[in-house]
Design a protein around this ligand. Structure first.
Ligand SMILES: Cc1ncc(COP(=O)(O)O)c(C=O)c1O
Length: 287
């Protein structure tokens, strides 16, 4: 038994639907041996996948970068996600999709003629609590020690794991990472800053993941007449931010109110721009 999992939940593995407890892969799978794979996470509200097209476009983009040929069209991925949601019987849930390069003799170079391993599971989605939304989160700064292709949603997550553990060890909720003195992102989320009424985020490049909520928050900002600027953000600017927030599929939009032990914006309370964006986000997912 794997703690905190439902052994009877149905997962998809290489064309077959199986109980989680029965699904097995080879120890030679390159996902296991090398972390040679990519993944995506689609949130589902009331049985409806949210921004599925954007998630699947990112999945297909990542597969292409890694030259992983699944033979799945976007319509096939859509059908799989829809089917998995139905089989789960869950209303609010999270669909996890992973593709690794498959099973081969251990050698770094791409093996020839190997079929990728395709895996999908659905887990219950516990949305952020009222306390997290109303009282906010805490974060500390950290050096971004990750590689130069953080735009790839790779299953090689060691540096993200170390970053997340740094937050746990520091007794806070998240880390805010900096590379060469510039803001990148959290351990598993994008980071946003508000200064003088402007919403700021680092530009999309190879140092951050293009979160599906990156574009979405940009859209919501435009809709709400909040000026949005994507530009390099220096670490000292984050120290004096009026507001800080994070976004991810499972965290949605949450405020960071304590940063390096100091109250953000001098108040340590969620700010007005956060409140507007969060309300707009809620409206979208509850449609
Ligand atoms: C490193 C990193 N950045 C950003 C995000 C946010 O992406 P999304 O909004 O698609 O969940 C994630 C999500 O898991 C992530 O792992």
């Amino acid at each position: 038994m794997i703690p905190d999992t439902d052994p009877n939940s149905i997962v998809y593995l290489n064309g077959e639907y199986q109980r989680l407890a029965d699904a097995k892969i080879s120890v030679l799978d390159r996902g296991f041996i090398f972390g040679d794979g990519i993944y995506d996470v689609v949130p589902v509200y009331a049985g409806k996948p949210f921004r599925m097209a954007a998630h699947l476009a990112r999945l297909q983009r990542n597969l292409k970068i890694l030259r992983l040929e699944t033979g799945f069209t976007t319509a096939d991925w859509e059908a799989l996600v829809t089917d998995m949601i139905k089989r789960s019987g869950l209303s609010n849930c999270v669909v996890y999709i992973q593709v690794s390069r498959g099973v081969a003799k251990r050698d770094h170079a791409f093996p020839l003629g190997v079929k990728p391993t395709i895996f999908c599971m659905v887990n219950p989605f516990t949305r952020p609590t009222a306390q997290q939304r109303d009282q906010g989160l805490s974060a500390v700064s950290a050096t971004d020690i990750r590689w130069q292709r953080c735009d790839i949603k790779s299953t090689s997550l060691l540096a993200n794991i170390l970053a997340r553990q740094q937050a746990v060890d520091s007794g806070v909720d998240e880390v805010i990472q900096f590379r060469d003195g510039l803001l990148t992102e959290g351990s598993a989320c994008n980071i946003w800053m508000v200064k003088d009424g402007e919403l700021l985020a680092p530009p999309l490049d190879e140092h951050i993941l293009e979160g599906i909520r990156y574009r979405l928050l940009e859209e919501l900002a435009v809709q709400q007449d909040i000026p949005f600027v994507a530009r390099p953000i220096a670490q000292h600017e984050v120290d004096t931010a009026d507001e800080l927030m994070l976004t991810s599929a499972t965290k949605e939009v949450l405020p960071i109110v304590i940063y390096n032990g100091q109250p953000v914006g001098g108040t340590g309370r969620p700010g007005p721009i956060y409140r507007r964006l969060q309300a707009a986000y809620d409206k979208l997912v509850e449609l």
